[in-house]
Design a protein around this ligand. Structure first.
Ligand code: ZN
Length: 676
């Protein structure tokens, strides 16, 4: 295929899948398949730089900037008046009706996402710029960071010159992932989604924003009325059609009862959203009525926000559990179950021993638990007036809860108390290190339970043992089928081709997370060998790496305890080179091969067929002497009976499944056979 045509096709396919994943949350292909499409696009664009366009999916992450320019909004971004009860809303509606001399229904009720407001300008169908709300009159130009937001289209079908308004936010699941990493690295976790979003959006390096997975939900167009839209709901429908992500829960209401019904319904389900909301916004739907009602100095009269009460509750503190982490022991409070923000909470964070001491939290205390915007609810303070004298102070543990060996307690350079298990043989520490390793290298189908099982059965005594796990060893474990064992083994070997940055962050060096690892990998030109020779004086030259980080890296690399791990990784890791090479040849990899697909697989059949065709193969519906392979979905076992199967056996046609297909797409077909 002509590269320009393939490029267009790839961009179309990638945009489709980006939208499925980031806007509609209904992915059709695996992350891995998506990455492969991106890699192919990148390699074609590399060979044909003249074909790169600014709206190509590869162009989301640009160069770092040195500062942000300020710009005046074409239409000011006003704030919205707050209310705290449905009574306030009734008053507001009465006020409006009096001013307008007519009913203001229908109104639109939308979720108020707790993020950072932004304005996104589109011109000639292209994303032109992104701006923060700032003071409402002028904001910072953050186009580079906004471009990394994959739920925001870089181009749209409409040619209108518009400022799309929306809320930039961080998904809760992303905050959770980032915080797990930070805690494991001994870094302070981000406080909540909002703070994280505000910090990320002002980062000068768009690579940071890209890694933190920002999202946008849009809620309007600044110039809607001038452009001839009649209703706000019409604007929402238009935005959805242009491929923007909207909060799907919005509702048109024709009475106060419907509004309070919506408020209540969202209050009950908000705990399940992957984003924080702090209320509901209610807007008059009719745009000419909006214009008639106008605005005060600060806020439009035609909209009001209903704010949910703080997510706080009191509960009895029953016990404190110390959890052994990769670098520290952390306290978790077990409390009497209590309803909070639509979920039942029985565990809450106590942060660390210093906070427990400072706040004077005691066992048996009635404590205030807060969830507002926090993934893990945490203990705010004890209710001291309710004490009866039976409460007991909470002391730091003397022994590690996993290995029962004495813990080490000392102060770090910020005078914060550190409680560590330094026992190199501790299974708790080992489990955390292995889980970190697996997560960073994105080894699939390998969960914490399997890690515990392997450690219990002494199949794994250190991190590097993971690399040597074999199929037989795994399938000997309880509840482990041969197919699953095979998937895990192929997941481990596939991880050997992850980029160097992921390998570095998988090492679990203190203070070295994803962002720092990326910088180091780039500095050492993706060479693991060069990284292993790293010196402090080199490391501190890397932007953003301070003495402390450099010190923990060189200390880790020179520590004889890590020698074996490093040696094993040196032999195991291959880097992405070979996979990318395979992708470049992928166009013709299955060329001329004919496949028949049958049986139930882990992917929809249509997708498997698409994959085959994308790599140059043909798909036929019946088995004939011209068939090269019969693919039977992996969910079928050996007793699967079908005409296609018996015919294939008769004709001695090789039978494969979707995993073998996927593996082969990374390698070459040799002599018409699938190599393993
Ligand atoms: Zn221990």
């Amino acid at each position: 295929m002509d590269p320009a045509a393939r490029l267009e096709e790839l961009r179309r396919i990638i945009r489709h899948h980006e939208r499925q994943y980031f806007v509609l949350a209904t992915p059709e292909i695996s992350d891995r398949q998506f990455d492969e499409l991106m890699a192919e696009l990148q390699s074609i664009e590399k060979q044909h730089p003249e074909l790169v366009t600014p709206d190509s999916p590869t162009q989301r992450v640009g160069e770092a900037v040195t500062s942000f320019n300020t710009v005046k909004h074409r239409v000011p971004m006003m704030s919205i008046e707050n209310s705290y009860s449905t009574g306030d809303i009734v008053d507001w509606l009465n006020r409006l009706e009096k001013a307008a001399g007519t009913s203001v229904f229908p109104v639109v009720a939308e979720l108020k996402i707790d993020g950072v407001s932004g304005s996104f300008t589109y011109r000639d169908g292209m994303l032109h710029s992104g701006t923060t709300r700032g003071n409402g009159i002028e904001g910072d130009v953050i186009t580079e960071n906004v471009r990394t937001i994959r739920s925001l289209p870089l181009s749209i079908a409409s040619n209108l010159d518009i400022d799309v308004r929306g809320e930039i936010y961080t998904p809760r699941s992303m905050l959770e992932t980032l915080n797990q990493q930070r805690v494991a690295n001994g870094e302070e976790p981000f406080k909540n989604c909002r703070n994280l979003t505000a910090g990320t959006i002002k980062s000068l390096d768009p690579a940071v924003a890209a890694q933190r997975g920002l999202q946008v939900m849009v809620y309007g167009i600044a110039q809607a009325a001038e452009l001839g839209f009649k209703m706000h709901s019409e604007v929402l429908a238009f935005l959805a059609k242009q491929g923007f992500k909207l909060n799907q829960a919005w509702q048109s209401c024709s009475s106060c009862e419907e509004i309070s019904g919506f408020i209540e319904q969202i209050a009950n389900s908000r705990g399940k959203f992957d984003f924080d909301i702090d209320g509901i916004v209610i807007k008059v739907d009719n745009l000419s009525l909006q214009a008639e009602l106008g605005s005060t100095n600060k806020a439009p009269r035609w909209a009001i926000a209903y704010k949910y009460p703080q997510e706080r509750a009191t509960a009895r503190l029953l016990r404190v559990e110390w959890q052994t982490g990769r670098s520290q022991l952390t306290p978790v409070a077990h409390i009497e179950p209590v309803e909070l923000g639509g979920t039942t909470v029985a565990r809450a964070s106590l942060h660390n021993i210093d906070q427990i001491t400072e706040k004077d939290i005691r066992l048996g205390d009635l404590v205030i638990v807060e969830k507002a915007g926090y993934i893990i609810p945490y203990i705010v303070a004890p209710v001291k007036e309710k004490r009866d004298g039976s409460e007991q102070t909470i002391a730091a543990p003397h022994v590690c809860p996993v290995c029962q060996q004495p813990v080490k307690i000392d102060k770090d350079e910020n005078a914060a108390t550190q409680i560590r298990c330094d026992n190199p043989a501790c299974q708790g520490v080992l489990a955390r290190r292995i889980i970190h390793f697996i997560t960073q290298l994105e080894i699939e189908n390998f969960g914490p339970q399997l890690v515990d099982q392997l450690i219990d059965k002494e199949q794994v005594q250190n991190v590097e043992d993971i690399l040597k796990l074999g199929r037989l060893q795994l399938s000997a474990l309880e509840r482990m089928g041969e197919k699953s064992a095979e998937k895990i083994v192929s997941g481990i070997s596939a991880a050997a081709q992850q980029p160097l940055a992921k390998l570095i962050s998988a090492l679990g060096i203190n203070n070295v997370g994803v962002v720092v690892s990326e910088k180091i990998a780039a500095w050492y030109k993706q060479s693991f060998a060069a990284f292993l020779e790293a010196k402090d004086e080199e490391l501190v030259k890397i932007d953003g790496i301070k003495d402390k980080v450099a010190g923990s890296i060189t200390e880790f690399l020179r520590n004889p305890d890590n020698g074996q791990l490093i040696e094993s990784l040196r032999g195991w890791w291959q880097g992405p080179g070979s996979a990318q090479l395979a992708l470049m040849n992928a166009g013709s990899q299955l060329a001329g091969k004919t496949f028949v697909v049958t049986g139930e697989a882990t992917l929809p059949r249509r997708q498997i067929e698409e994959q085959i065709k994308m790599h140059g193969g043909n798909v036929k519906s019946s088995v004939s002497p011209k068939t090269d392979f019969l693919l039977i979905g992996s969910l079928e076992n050996d007793s699967f009976v079908s005409n296609k199967k018996s015919r294939a056996i008769e004709l001695k046609i090789p039978i494969i499944d979707e995993f073998e297909l996927a593996r082969t797409l990374e390698k070459k077909i040799e002599n018409g056979k699938f190599s393993n």
